[in-house]
Ligand binder design. Structure first.
Ligand SMILES: *Cc1c(COP(=O)(O)O)cnc(C)c1O
Length: 440
């Protein structure tokens, strides 16, 4: 299937280019030329299909004319090595809890957040697309924390690939640093004597240097890569099959990749009554949906920091899906924004009522879901639980008291592993020399 740029529909490329280049040269975003539709047996209440079976159907619908069925099955099986269960907030569902208040747990992957779904699939699709290249694919990524960990874990031991992660010295948390620096094998961490902005600038220099991209077979694991959205459509379809009528999905949002994946799922035939775009104080999309202008602005720091985005990178895709019409977007998406104070109270309130601990991002979603059900009685909401609370242990300890949230063993054990990183100064010749000197 051909892909085009949201800025210029006549700029068309194949799957390999769309995935390995990530961003079109005109700064738009890649979209498939046509959106496929799944057969009706993927509808609401059609239980019994595994997440992987749904995954093979969704990936096949998008990539089946380029990637053979057996390879799609392998990519899906190696990406989806964990489940995405739909749960009630409380196993007993005693009043006053609503049995229509459901969460979709997306934090059972290796780095405990939903980004594992997209990153793991992207890694394996990239490896497949470059399987006949004579040099390994080099993935260059700058990180201020979480993205690097998800990308490193996703590519670890994927044949024909290597990852070079740049992170700012002293700029990531202790456990985050261990996630980047203890995998070894095809994952190399470079500790840069500089800031996150310096790391990003260095990555940009590498892509601007004439000839280097081809010589090193360079790509970036950018978060707006199309191949990260498609696997995220899978869990929406799987979740809707577990409930009897079309649910409303409530999506804690920052760059709006997750919500865009839901919109793709809706086009595939997902039985859905609508979406709620839930944000923290960074509310440019809810403000637009409420009738204002679309006004990107600098981000505001909050306790749900993975959603601190003032200029959401997937907004252009959302607009493209609705033909640029706010009215059509409003038919399917409602906005909601909640403050840190409300988020803390929600974490506390849900914990006291049910014993369940929501991460700050999930709590923003839960608030939006509660308000939505209050004005739409009888609706079932499914709130996407985007991360495990232990990833935000300082906030959780401050709200619930120390010791309530336990750090899972697979995260805690990293503390005892030895860090392995090469230190480089924050200048382009240093990175270039390192890349050329470690080319294979
Ligand atoms: C990235 C992230 C989000 C926001 O997802 P988008 O696709 O950028 O909207 C929400 N919660 C957590 C925990 C995240 O890591």
């Amino acid at each position: 299937m051909p892909y085009h740029s949201t800025n210029d529909p006549s700029h068309r490329v194949d799957l390999r280019t769309a995935v390995l280049r990530s961003l079109p040269p005109d700064n738009g975003l890649y979209m498939p030329d046509e959106l496929p539709v799944l057969p009706p047996e993927f509808g609401a209440g059609r239980r019994g299909r595994s997440l992987r079976e749904t995954g093979v159907a969704v990936a096949g619908a998008f990539f089946g004319d380029e990637v053979p069925q057996t390879d799609i099955e392998a990519i899906v099986a190696e990406s989806l090595t964990f489940d995405a269960p739909v749960c009630g907030l409380d196993p007993c569902q005693d009043p006053p809890l609503s049995p229509r208040d459901l969460v979709l747990e997306l934090f059972h992957g290796p780095t405990l957040a939903f980004k594992d779904f997209g990153a793991r699939f992207m890694a394996r699709l990239m490896a497949w697309l470059t399987r006949d290249d004579d040099r390994p694919l080099t993935v260059l990524v700058a990180t201020s924390g979480d993205t690097g960990g998800a990308v490193a874990s996703a590519f670890h031991n994927v044949p024909g690939t290597r990852v070079v992660i740049l992170y700012p010295e002293g700029g990531v948390s202790g456990l985050q640093e261990k996630q980047l620096t203890t995998l070894g094998g095809n994952i190399t961490a470079l500790e840069v004597a500089g800031s996150f902005d310096d790391c990003q600038r260095l990555v940009k220099s590498a892509f601007l240097e004439p000839g280097l991209g081809e010589r090193l077979n360079l790509t970036s694991a950018n978060s707006i890569n199309l191949s990260r959205l498609v696997p995220q459509a899978i869990y929406y379809i799987h979740a809707a099959a577990q409930v009897d009528g079309p649910p409303v999905f409530v999506v804690p949002s920052g760059n709006f990749g997750n919500l865009t994946a839901g919109l793709l799922a809706a086009r595939l035939g997902l039985p859905v009554a609508g979406f709620v775009a839930a944000t923290n104080a960074n509310d440019v999309v809810p403000a637009y949906l409420a009738g204002g202008n679309y006004e990107p602005r600098p981000s505001i720091p909050t306790i749900s920091n993975a959603m601190d985005v003032g200029a959401p990178s997937n907004f252009a895709r959302m607009m493209a899906l609705f033909g640029g019409s706010r009215e059509r977007m409003r038919d399917q998406i409602q906005g909601a924004a909640h403050s840190d104070g409300e988020t803390r109270a929600a974490i506390r309130g849900v914990f006291d009522a049910t014993g369940r601990v929501l991460c700050p991002h999930t709590a923003v979603g839960w608030l939006a879901a509660r308000d939505y059900r209050a004005t739409h009685p009888g609706t079932t909401t499914i709130t996407l639980a985007t991360a495990h609370p232990s990833k935000f242990i300082d906030t959780m300890d401050a709200v619930l008291g120390p010791g309530v949230v336990e750090i899972p063993a697979r995260l805690a054990r990293l503390a005892n592993l030895e860090k392995c990183a090469a230190r480089i100064p924050s200048d382009w010749p240093a990175l270039r020399d390192w890349l050329l000197g470690n080319a294979d």
